[in-house]
Design a protein around this ligand. Structure first.
Ligand SMILES: [Zn+2]
Ligand SMILES: [Zn+2]
Length: 236
């Protein structure tokens, strides 16, 4: 498949999502809008540039929630600059960062940020490690996280499962299902089914399935169970 044309945009009434980019090993960046609220999902490198252009400083300062699917650099590379920018621009309202429990990258970035700027942080940061996938409401949306299968290589050549989630975002009865990075798994199959929009990664370059990413065929098979779908994270 040829490279996706980013940004990808989807809207139903006043619920919309814009995927600035989603390129494996490079960067992801997603903006979710529900009514007047803006949410950021997987702020990879370049997120600040894209948000600034899309919503401007005032709305950027009002962002209340960030959702992280997992700690790989192409999904969290922009967190440091986002946190620092909000400090420089004197954000006052709190910011909640939702992330899978055990995601050491987010906790490390947060701890380093607190240490470096201990005397000049103007807003409260709530770190919310998601331990259970019960679902919750934050700001004006319902969120239902779900576990996915996503492994990474260790230096020994072995693999390990990383703390990784997909999310359902529901607003006024409309559901967007974003799988994050994941291999084909039952949880994703059941959550994507019937969703108004499913955002599915097809990051695996080959035909043979593995435990890190989905093949194009796998992603399409899930996508066809949703009302509409986007394929993202396709290698370029
Ligand atoms: Zn990725
Ligand atoms: Zn990943």
């Amino acid at each position: 498949m040829t490279a996706q044309k980013y940004p990808l945009h989807w809207q139903k009434k006043n619920f919309s999502i814009k995927i600035f980019c989603s390129i494996p090993n490079i960067a992801t960046g997603i903006l979710l809008k529900a009514g007047n609220e803006n949410f950021v999902i997987d702020p990879g490198d370049g997120i600040l540039r894209d948000l600034n252009k899309e919503i401007g400083v005032k709305s950027l300062l009002n962002i209340s929630n960030v959702f992280i699917t997992h700690g790989h650099h192409d999904h969290v590379g922009g967190v440091w600059s986002l946190l620092t920018y909000l400090r420089v621009m004197q954000k006052k309202s709190p910011l909640t960062i939702h992330y899978p429990d055990g995601c050491v990258e987010i906790e490390s970035i947060y701890n380093a940020f607190k240490k470096v700027y201990s005397r000049s942080i103007t807003y409260k940061i709530n770190l919310k490690a998601i331990k259970k996938t019960n679902g919750f409401t934050t700001s004006n949306i319902s969120v239902k996280p779900f576990p996915v299968v996503h492994k990474e290589y260790l230096s020994t050549g072995k693999t390990r499962q990383v703390p990784a989630l997909g999310y359902n975002f529901i607003y006024n009865g409309t559901k967007i299902c974003y799988g994050g990075d994941t291999a084909y798994c039952d949880e994703l199959v059941s959550h994507a089914k019937g969703a108004d929009l499913a955002i599915l990664e097809a990051g695996h370059d080959e035909e043979t399935p593995d435990e890190m990413h989905m093949t194009m065929k796998e992603a399409v098979s899930i996508g066809e169970s949703a009302k509409k779908y986007f394929l993202v994270h396709v290698p370029e």
